[in-house]
Write a protein that binds this ligand. Structure first.
Ligand code: ZN
Length: 319
């Protein structure tokens, strides 16, 4: 009798799209799909549509689904619920695992998206073979995942690893979480743009390439391009960002002593203008026992694959 090939499904839930893919035993995404979040106001029809698509795709591949891993904003590993995600229309506590299992009765593992990225790096990426690592994801916000002894740290609540909301500057910028001075407000895409905006306001004589660009049209890549071309304010923007991110990374090392800190996301594509000052600030702020021992590295995962592979990798995690 022919044995049916099985796949692990990785699902990445974001504010704009839900991306999903079928991952084979070699860690290759063999097929992918997408739902637009704008099409769903309620969670029930969303889960129904998602589950039906997955079952159709499995049929198309003449295969089965052995497990489903989900990376979701405010995903709680212990309860497998999405809890009060500010960027989703589904409010309150969504019991996503139970809802999906009504359609597809296989093991379902859920965690937040940064945890999924960290675990994906460990299973499929540059952290292969490591037991202790920390991942920062820089984008719209700043997420993090902490791996200790080969396992993601979930903590008492199931929500551990929120280093993006560690307070770095008391009384600093107002954060989307309602408090002030979180790392996210300085190292996210909008944080980097705001740093540039502040520097521009402080330097009225500035006449560089970004002098006339409205705030709404700034983005980290534009500022990075200007910095690489020698623009003084753009360079200062990345130095300031790197300085603060270096402190955050050094604090993360004090907590769990990772072998490496991995960075991923749009803003970390800036290259040397970010990494050189980052490494200086990082080493300068490290506690003495850790100096020279922890690498800071760029994620080796393909940006198009990391969310799906990371979510799929969650299902392989020892419980
Ligand atoms: Zn915050």
């Amino acid at each position: 009798m022919e044995t049916k090939q099985t796949y692990t499904v990785g699902i990445d839930i974001g504010g704009t799209n839900t991306d999903f893919g079928f991952v084979d035993s070699q860690g290759k995404i063999v097929q992918r799909g997408r739902l637009k979040m704008a099409d769903y106001n309620e969670v029930e029809p969303y889960v129904k549509a998602l589950s039906e698509r997955l079952l159709q795709m499995a049929d198309g591949l003449r295969g089965g689904i052995d497990a489903i891993g989900i990376g979701a904003p405010n995903g709680n590993f212990y309860t497998s619920c999405i809890e009060h995600a500010p960027n989703l229309k589904f409010k309150g506590i969504v019991p996503l695992k139970d809802m999906i299992q009504q359609y597809i009765p296989v093991p379902v593992t859920l965690s937040n998206d940064a945890n999924a990225a960290a675990y994906g790096e460990l299973v499929y990426g540059g952290a292969k073979g490591m037991k202790d690592m920390t991942m920062f994801t820089l984008g719209t916000g700043v997420g993090s995942g902490v791996i200790v002894d080969g396992r993601l740290v979930h903590g008492f609540t199931g929500c551990a690893g929120e280093l993006g909301h560690a307070v770095l500057i008391p009384e600093g910028r107002l954060c989307s979480c309602g408090r002030r001075g979180c790392l996210e407000e300085y190292a996210s895409a909008r944080g980097i743009c705001q740093t540039f905006e502040e520097l521009r306001a402080q330097n009225p004589a500035y006449q560089g390439v970004l002098a006339e660009v409205p705030f709404a049209e700034l983005d980290p890549k534009r500022i990075a391009d200007a910095a690489h071309a020698g623009d003084a304010l753009a360079l200062q923007t990345y130095e300031r960002t790197a300085y603060l991110l270096g402190i955050a990374c050094a604090n993360a090392v004090a907590f769990s002593s990772p072998e490496a800190i991995f960075l991923m996301g749009g803003p970390v594509q800036a290259g040397s203008i970010l990494f050189e000052p980052l490494k200086r600030s990082f080493e300068a702020h490290l506690y003495v026992s850790f100096k020279g021992r922890t690498q800071i590295r760029l994620s080796e995962m393909n940006a198009n694959d990391v969310a799906i592979l990371g979510a799929a990798a969650l299902t392989k995690m020892p419980r």
